[in-house]
Design a protein around this ligand. Structure first.
Ligand code: BGC
Length: 403
């Protein structure tokens, strides 16, 4: 008898706790959980496979990703290198005259889709691609390229992720060290240096034994890299159109807070003028399957660098009289050169125009907690913009919006 009573009591307990859980899930649909959430620059995805985390993206109907066409950008970077080679003089480029073009590659962050796409784009363009975006010559094969009219073999001599001693990724100091080591060990086998971002490319150029005159390519079109192209020290970079991305991150939030739903949330002010007459001038593409709004990439070389000098903002975005809204925005690493020198200044320029009162909190690029611990006072914000340390930690931020 006692056993039966105990069993009934236990069952009742299970029912009560299940109800309580259901109750809290229902509560998740209101309050902070119902506010707009825009992930940007680091797409919620599996760091190993790169597969987009749709559970996170489907958190609520006001969850979106704003970035740029990463795969397209990899192809643009590869083409930039191929075009350079096509007009190069083999006698100059092939420094040791062994008939082989050797290059070294700075990868960035092996768990980041942007990094993976660039490694793939470069390796595909040069024929060294074997299906892997991992560092290491064992993940490559001999390729070939047209160098000034002659088809020459191309080899990847070495590649590194470029993780700093503190664990941060895309680390420019790691690139300086690696370049110094490569220049010593590989000498004049190195005919070209390719870097998946400008910070690491500028880091390579800092190596005291950088082989003068060896062509070097970056990615991002940061102000210092653009200047370096003008000065002839950097050969090329790719613009991922930071202005379009920063505005779109804020514009999607503006739209959602103005009550726009469905397609209008990703088109107003982006592909067509919004109610205030604003519209991003650059092309943006919306991928409905992944709820991703993407800017396009363009190659930058000595031929067009003057169009990318700092300070040229989008004239399509003007001061609005929209109601002021408060947005909390996280940055994964205060030391990231692209985010700190390009993205944040763009956000700070466009936010006041859209009447968005922006609070930016920044992490250390190593521990998610460095951002999460600052993802607080959530009730006092109207929306959230998130740039995670690890691309698979979106859920940790969303969980905090449940309470
Ligand atoms: C940029 C890198 C940057 C990274 C941060 C990439 O899109 O190209 O320079 O370090 O984003 O997430």
């Amino acid at each position: 008898m006692k056993k039966t009573i105990l069993a009934v009591f236990l069952m009742a307990l299970v029912c009560v706790s299940a109800f309580a859980q259901g109750g809290s899930e229902a509560a998740a649909l209101v309050g902070n959980a119902s506010k707009p959430v825009v992930f940007f620059n680091r797409q919620p995805s599996d760091p190993t496979t790169g597969v987009i985390d749709m559970e996170v993206m489907n958190w609520n109907d006001k969850t979106f990703y704003v970035g740029f066409d990463a795969a397209g950008g990899g192809a643009v970077q590869g083409q930039l290198v191929v075009d350079y080679l096509a007009s190069a003089d083999p006698a100059v480029l092939d420094r040791n005259g062994d008939g082989v073009i050797g290059y070294v590659l700075c990868i960035g962050d092996v768990g980041h889709n942007d990094s993976k796409a660039r490694t793939q784009g470069v390796r595909e363009a040069l024929g060294t691609w074997t299906g892997s975006t991992d560092p290491g010559v064992e993940n490559t094969q001999q390729g070939s390229a047209n160098v000034g009219g002659t088809t020459m073999p191309v080899v990847e001599l070495d590649s590194r992720a470029m993780t700093g001693t503190d664990g941060t990724t895309w680390n420019a100091n790691a690139a300086t060290d690696a370049m110094g080591g490569w220049a010593t060990r590989l000498g004049d086998q190195i005919d070209m240096v390719i870097s998946n971002n400008d910070g690491m490319a500028m880091g390579c150029l800092q190596a005291s034994n950088y082989p003068a005159g060896v062509p070097i390519f970056g990615y991002d079109a940061n102000a210092d890299a653009i200047e370096a192209i003008g000065a002839g020290t950097l050969t090329g970079t790719v613009s991922q159109n930071v202005d379009a991305q920063a505005t779109a991150t804020l514009q999607v939030i503006r739209n959602l807070l103005d009550g726009l739903t469905g397609e209008a949330a990703v088109t107003a002010g982006i592909t067509e003028p919004d109610q205030y007459g604003n519209k991003i001038s650059a092309d943006m593409t919306y991928i409905a399957d992944t709820k991703a709004l993407l800017a396009q990439n363009t190659g930058v070389t000595i031929d067009n660098w003057t169009q990318y000098t700092a300070g040229s903002r989008d004239q399509g975005i003007k001061q609005t009289d929209a109601e002021t809204k408060r947005v909390l925005l996280t940055i994964y690493n205060s030391g990231d050169n692209f985010l700190s020198s390009s993205y944040i200044p763009a956000l700070q320029y466009y936010a006041p125009l859209l009447n968005i009162d922006l609070t930016i909190v920044q992490g250390d690029g190593q521990n998610e907690s460095s951002c999460l611990d600052r993802f607080t006072n959530l009730n006092s914000f109207d929306a959230y913009a998130i740039n995670m340390v690890r691309t698979n930690s979106g859920r940790d931020y969303l969980d905090r919006l449940q309470y």
